[in-house]
Write a protein that binds this ligand. Structure first.
Ligand code: NAI
Length: 692
């Protein structure tokens, strides 16, 4: 039963029971109205208390229903709220854990509210490109005041109930005994016979509401250029300032319906579900999770240090190995410096810094790795070095220990063969800086045991990563795709664009950084090394030589003070470089290419569709299990705009037919050989279907 019904001391207690967060799906909504009607029909019942137990009053609407008929099936949430508000017997909400979104709107429809001080309160709909559509924009300002309501609704911020204790929202904020307090209050109200309080009848007190709304509008417009929802929230709240409550509700509902249909909201909801779906790997449902209480990390360089910090932050001790004392000391000093910088910013206390550092056991002996439940290798990117490391790990690691490689390009199946236990080996591809970036590609080898994969997925969650499973291939999901994107960026330079134009177009599309600014940040020499290797392994793949010429000029990026752009000492501002422009133009001339004006749309389409086409191949080959996994990789690791939902979702939004048509046009241009459409893309486009 989604709603349990009890009677205590003349009060009906309605307890929501729809784990994990009492989402307000259709069954729960029906249960609520039926229980309310039952209580109202029973003369022995004087009032009603609604609670959700200790974990959650309610996390809100069931967003899985949003695109389904269930969402509009009666009783809808507004109907449920009206039923409670119109109840002839007093209704008190007893809020513990959280009252979010529709959950808070439900409580706002009740006559009184009692909350635990630490209960999370908020209307986070805006984060899904929506607004509170069940009266939240109308009742919340009446309960907490205009300014607090605007700030919370527009940002989707959650606050502890204690912070709102002085507002009319709560009658009482209690540390414990919330349900008992609610029952007592309900009895008192019932006995008084006073008219029942309805939030809809309250007025919004503010000295200058028009002035405040104008001020809010300017700020919100500037901060939410690509998102229509925040301004719509303001429209709805503004309507709450009028006298007619029901007219305000209509404005809110129209705005909600409008937002539900926007590409931005669809993309944000896609991103939300995709991230959750990435953690659910088919076939692992029954896998046993191995316990990981201690971790070993081999290599204390850029990646090893960052990887180590993830575990320390989660309270998991790390044994950190380097071959030389100097390298070990340097690695540990870097970790300490990072923590001390966080402490300076007030994010950590001095004690926390020491507590984290105390979890590291530095070593130069592989023998010390014997007790680790999982060992992650982050040494130089050379097969010979990896072979030596995995051979040694095989000799010392305890049976059942998980052995992981952080390789970004090497074959994880080959690495597994350097051990006698390939079932325990997999790739954990962290992104730099590894202590900051949320994405983790978990690379499943041919032999990787299901429980090893399941354990690492669970561990990733524990250390706050968004993990996506990738099969074995060069570059895995993210880097394999970015290579096609970079190739197109290079070709565009030859054909007529300049780095600053390409970057500007991609940043206007919404990428956190254009490809050339990104190259300067990461170091252009990394791609150079990869291209040199490829030139030997796959000579048939063509690249623009411009990036190589740049590196031959010693322009590796920010670290050398010059890359695609010029940099003043100590300043990361990218300034267009006449030297680079001249190099590019000379190269075009040398290739006999007549440079042409290239518009921003072509730039965006060529770069993004290059991602999409490679993504389609990745899906076809089973490297990624679902298109949404690819989207998650790009949203969390590559700065793809969330409001476009990821490259595959973006292609779906544009329409695969249209994507394919553009690709066929590019195939007729210079460098057209890079545009062989993936068979899966053609198949889906022909069938009028989409990736997601
Ligand atoms: P790095 O050069 O900063 O660090 C490598 C460390 O390993 C050095 O401190 C070195 O002394 C140590 N080392 C070398 N051989 C060793 C051995 N046999 N035993 C113990 N320690 C040894 O390199 P970085 O950038 O940290 O890369 C490490 C791995 O992570 C590589 O496989 C790389 O491809 C991968 N990776 C790098 C990313 C990056 O952005 N830098 C991103 C994702 C993966």
């Amino acid at each position: 039963m989604p709603v349990n019904y009890d009677i205590r001391d003349g009060i009906a207690i309605l307890t929501l029971h729809n784990p994990p967060v009492n989402g307000l799906g259709i069954a729960t909504r029906r249960g609520l109205v039926e229980s309310l009607d039952r209580a109202c029909a029973d003369d022995a019942v004087k009032g009603i208390v609604v609670t959700g137990g200790a974990r959650a009053f309610s996390g809100g609407a069931d967003i899985r229903e949003f695109n389904k008929p269930e969402a509009s099936q009666e009783p809808t949430l507004p109907t449920v709220i009206e039923a409670f508000e119109g109840s002839a017997k007093p209704v008190v909400a007893a809020i513990e854990g959280m009252a979010l979104g529709g959950g808070l709107e439900l409580a706002l429809g009740m006559h009184h509210r009692v909350a635990a001080g630490n209960a999370q309160i908020g209307l986070p709909e805006v984060k899904l490109g929506l607004l509170p559509g069940a009266g939240g924009t109308q009742r919340f300002p009446r309960a907490v005041g205009l300014e607090t309501a605007v700030n919370m609704i527009v940002s989707g911020t959650l606050v502890p109930a204690a912070k709102l204790a002085s507002t009319r929202l709560f009658d009482k904020v209690h540390e414990e005994g919330v349900v008992d307090a609610a029952i007592a209050l309900c009895q008192q109200v019932a006995a008084s016979g006073d008219p029942l309080q309805k939030v809809r009848e309250w007025t919004i007190e503010h000295p200058n509401p028009e002035g405040f709304m104008g001020f809010a509008r300017t700020g919100v417009a500037a901060a939410s250029a690509n998102y229509p929802a925040p301004l719509k929230c303001l429209d709805a709240i503004e309507a709450a300032l009028g006298k007619d409550f029901d007219a305000g509700l209509r404005v809110e509902r129209d705005a909600f319906a409008m937002l539900l249909g926007t590409d931005e909201s669809k993309a944000l909801r896609h991103a939300f579900f995709s991230e959750r779906a990435a953690g659910k790997v088919a076939g692992l449902e029954d896998a046993r999770i191995r316990e990981v209480k201690s971790v070993g990390v081999i290599g204390a360089g850029t990646m090893g240090g960052g990887i180590t910090m993830n575990f320390l932050n989660a309270g998991i001790p790390v044994t950190l190995l380097e071959l030389k004392q100097e390298a070990l000391d340097r690695g540990i000093a870097t970790i300490r410096r990072n923590y001390e910088n966080s402490a300076k910013k007030g994010k950590l206390s001095a004690e926390q810094v020491e507590a984290h550092m105390a979890l590291i056991t530095p070593t130069m002996s592989y023998g010390d790795m014997g007790q680790a439940d999982m060992i992650i290798e982050a040494v130089f990117e050379e097969m010979g070095v990896k072979q030596a490391v995995f051979g040694q790990l095989d000799a010392v690691a305890k049976p059942g220990a998980i052995l992981a490689s952080n390789t970004s390009t090497l074959d994880v199946d080959r690495i597994a063969q350097f051990t006698s236990r390939p079932q325990d080996v997999l790739g954990t591809h962290f992104f730099s800086p590894a202590n900051v970036m949320k994405l983790l590609e978990v690379v499943r080898g041919k032999a990787t045991a299901p429980d090893v994969l399941a354990t690492v997925m669970a561990l990733a969650k524990k250390i706050g990563k968004t993990a996506v499973v990738s099969g074995v291939c060069d570059g895995f999901i993210g880097n394999r795709m970015i290579e096609q994107y970079s190739r197109q960026a290079g070709f565009l330079l030859e054909e007529g664009a300049l780095p600053q134009q390409v970057d500007r177009a991609m940043e206007a599309f919404g990428m956190a950084m254009g490809p050339f600014r990104m190259g300067d940040l990461a170091g252009n020499d990394i791609g150079w090394a990869i291209r040199k290797r490829r030139a030997v392994e796959s000579p048939e793949i063509t690249y623009s030589r411009t990036a190589d010429l740049l590196c031959e000029m010693g322009r590796f990026g920010q670290k050398t003070g010059a890359g695609w752009y010029d940099y003043a000492p100590g300043d990361r501002t990218a300034r267009p470089s006449p030297v680079v422009d001249a190099m590019i133009e000379a190269y075009s001339a040398e290739q006999g290419i007549t440079r042409r004006r290239i518009d921003d749309q072509e730039i965006v389409e060529r770069l993004v569709y290059a991602l999409v086409n490679e993504g389609a191949l990745i899906l076809e080959e089973g490297i990624a299990a679902k298109a949404s996994d690819i989207d998650v990789v790009y949203l969390t690791g590559y700065g793809f705009p969330v409001w476009r939902g990821g490259p595959m979702f973006h292609a779906d939004t544009v329409g695969l037919y249209n994507v394919l048509r553009s690709m066929r046009r590019f195939a007729n241009g210079l460098h057209g050989d890079a545009w062989e459409p993936a068979p899966l893309l053609v198949e889906l486009a022909d069938a009028g279907r989409s990736f997601n």
